[in-house]
Design a protein around this ligand. Structure first.
Ligand code: SF4
Length: 697
């Protein structure tokens, strides 16, 4: 506790609400007013290192926003179509406006359960699915999948990792058996060389970027790959601006140099890997794997010299590779992740302090939600589920063909953050039930039949797992009468004939520790509280010991051996067009601005953040000014078009390429993306699409 000249002010430690860095925070809270006054980092904070980015520091006004959903809402037209439900809950309904009745939690869950039963009896047990949860706690996600799989008896569970790091999970599971970062963030200080690929770290994971910059200033070389100039390039020894969709091409080239110059680690390969000879032969025979190929790619010839230099430094030093969605959101995202792991396996740059592979996962708890089994092909602890369900894009197809009729959704704005929004919105119109648990009336909430307002992260106790596997037990900063997500699920569960006797988030977590023993056996609330300041990374052994570095002795594959899985780069996209001298139109890529998080559901209700980035700007190279004669333009593809976007000229993007963010729902950016996605795991190819430009008069 701390007295800041006001006896009502206390200091409470917890975890940041936003990105996968998972910074430790401290808050000054006025307990009399029940209000957060200030959020800051402890100077000795283990993850934050005493600093928070603007979201962590200022992004808490949303908690008190007047726009919070305080009472459950039920759509009037839904009750007109379901008169027996209306009769059952009639006493609880009060008029809100032309669209909504307000109700209470008991009635909202009764209505939800009645409709779920109706849908399942008419269309079958698999006609309902559960989506989301990555902004909620592990406990809620665990219960969400358990309720869906066992009480509803539907295998269809998925979360927003589908649109971000699912390829990291896939690529790493297939090669080293574990789809999570091998090392803690602080290993950035212990490494001698870093490859950062497809990660605009200073904007998307700022407190990790702080470490990169400090390491670079202390002499650690960084090779930073992106399709445009980003801030991290300023601190990088190798500043690579690559053509769109060339990640796998470049990664195979790095492997080619390491092989041809015999820079690999034969002892490590012999002892800890398999398929090496097959991989080596294929790389050497691959016409695109030789860096000399870039001499034919006009504007990128310099990469023929730079890639071998990067390969030499990576192979001969203790090195890390870190990546973001610039790797995963492509058709070959999973294969590119495998190609990253290959580099670590062939050089022995894994299983050591300061050497490893680190996907920078997006949302606060996206790692945790995947760990909890909120994926159609994994039960908790990445065990096989009793039945494999469908991935979100397949479920959308199911909505269109009429096999999926009900969606339960926790905090994933499905009609904003997914691609091909015209298709998705059409699909959602076919549903008979959309049940949403949210803080605000997001786009999906506005389309819902039933919306239940729930506690935010700053109002509840729960476990969150960050991008370095650190398991953090959050403490509520303020009190709220709203239910936690798991409490809504519990009511649905009871009314659907389930009967899990969970009466607190700790009850649920104890079940996680008993079920997910490979990672959480010793992770009781007590152990998590005891380790609150420094954090503890899974796997957490029975005696409460964590595991900051994975793969020291063996890999987490069934045989303990790492596997090479060669995949050839397929000539396509911008590289093919440049090679054939047929580059036309504009290639668009997307990313985040620091002030917002994804659909800005929370950040736009925080004035200090909202005013920093009020609209999604379109970055255009100065040389292309002749094609952008109006202040705003519309981007168009065969799938749809954006609303007008304001143009900003810069030399930070290459000519004939464009960049924008996707934070503002009004931009309708995701209208332009179709169903093109990672070939193994269906993560949308958000990082490159050719667009037509329409001037706005
Ligand atoms: S880096 Fe991420 S976790 Fe840290 S303060 Fe910023 S948004 Fe929060």
């Amino acid at each position: 506790m701390e007295n800041e000249n006001n006896e009502n002010i206390v200091t409470i430690d917890s975890v940041c609400a936003y990105c996968g860095v998972g910074c430790d925070i401290a808050a000054h809270v006025d307990v009399k007013e029940n209000k957060i006054k200030k959020i800051f980092a402890h100077p000795d904070g283990a993850t934050s290192e005493g600093n928070l980015c603007v979201k962590g520091k200022y992004g808490f006004d949303f908690v008190d926003s007047k726009a919070r959903i305080l009472k459950p809402r039920i759509r009037k037209s839904f009750l007109e179509k379901n008169p027996e439900i209306k009769t059952a809950i009639a006493d609880s309904l009060t008029d809100l406006d032309d669209t909504w009745f307000e109700s209470d939690l008991e009635a909202a869950t009764t209505a939800g359960a009645m409709k779920l039963k109706d849908i399942q009896s008419t269309y079958g047990r698999k006609s309902v699915c559960s989506l989301g949860g990555a902004r909620s706690s592990c406990e809620s996600a665990y219960y969400f999948q358990k309720f869906t799989r066992y009480t509803l008896n539907s295998p269809h569970v998925d979360n927003c990792a589908r649109v971000c790091h699912s390829p990291s999970l896939k690529g790493m599971r297939l090669t080293i058996g574990e789809g999570a970062a091998s090392n803690p963030f602080d290993d950035i200080y212990k490494t001698e060389f870093m490859i950062v690929m497809g990660s605009n770290t200073t904007e998307a994971h700022p407190i990790v970027a702080n470490r990169m910059i400090k390491a670079a200033q202390a002499g650690t070389g960084i090779a930073c790959f992106d399709v445009r100039e980003i801030k991290l390039h300023k601190f990088s020894k190798y500043k690579v601006i690559a053509p769109h969709e060339s990640n796998l091409l470049i990664l195979n080239m790095i492997a080619h140099t390491i092989i041809t110059e015999e820079l690999y680690a034969p002892d490590f390969i012999e002892k800890r890997t398999k398929n090496w000879e097959h991989f080596k032969e294929n790389i050497l025979a691959d016409p695109y794997a030789n860096p000399e190929f870039f001499r034919e790619i006009e504007g990128f010839e310099y990469l023929a010299d730079m890639i071998p230099k990067i390969a030499r430094e990576y192979a001969t030093k203790k090195s890390l590779i870190l990546w973001g969605l610039g790797i995963t959101e492509h058709v070959d995202g999973s294969y590119a992740v495998m190609a990253i792991v290959h580099l670590a396996l062939m050089t022995g740059n894994i299983g050591l302090d300061g050497a490893g592979v680190m996907p920078l996962r997006g949302q606060t708890n996206v790692q945790g939600v995947c760990d909890m089994g909120m994926l159609p092909y994994y039960a908790p602890d990445y065990q096989a589920p009793r039945e494999v369900g469908l991935m979100t894009p397949q479920l959308v197809d199911g909505m269109i063909d009429g096999t999926i009729k009900g969606v339960l959704n926790i905090g994933e704005d499905l009609t904003h953050i997914h691609p091909n929004l015209n298709k998705i919105k059409k699909a959602f119109k076919n549903l008979e039930l959309i049940f949403v648990q949210e803080l605000f009336m997001t786009d999906i909430a506005q389309r819902a039949d039933i919306v239940v307002g729930v506690k935010s992260i700053y109002e509840k106790t729960g476990v969150y797992i960050n991008a370095m596997r650190k398991v953090h037990l959050s403490t509520p900063l303020v009190k709220s009468d709203l239910p936690d997500d798991w409490e809504v699920i519990k009511l649905l569960d009871e009314k659907m004939g389930g009967g899990y006797d969970f009466n607190s988030s700790e009850d649920i977590w104890n079940d996680v520790c008993k079920t997910a023993t490979n990672r959480f056996k010793g992770a009781s609330y007590k152990v998590l509280r005891d380790n609150e300041k420094v954090g503890i990374s899974w796997p957490i052994l029975e005696d409460g010991t964590g595991t900051p570095v994975l793969h020291r002795e063996d890999f987490r594959t069934q045989d303990g051996i790492g596997a090479f899985r060669y995949h050839r780069y397929e000539l396509s996209g911008m590289v093919e067009e440049i090679l054939n001298k047929s580059l036309k139109g504009y290639h668009l890529t997307t990313g985040r601005a620091m002030a917002h998080y994804n659909n800005s559901a929370q950040t736009k209700y925080t004035e200090k953040l909202a005013k920093r980035y009020t609209e999604d700007l379109l970055l255009v190279h100065n040389d292309d000014a002749a094609d952008f004669i109006t202040e705003k333009v519309i981007l168009k593809t065969e799938f749809g078009q954006t609303n007008p976007l304001r143009v900003k000229f810069t030399d930070k993007v290459r000519p004939k390429t464009l960049y924008t963010t996707f934070h503002h729902e009004d931009s309708k950016l995701n209208n332009v993306f179709g169903d093109k996605s990672d070939v193994l795991i269906m993560t949308a190819a958000f990082k490159s699409i050719q667009v037509e430009i329409i001037s706005v008069a």
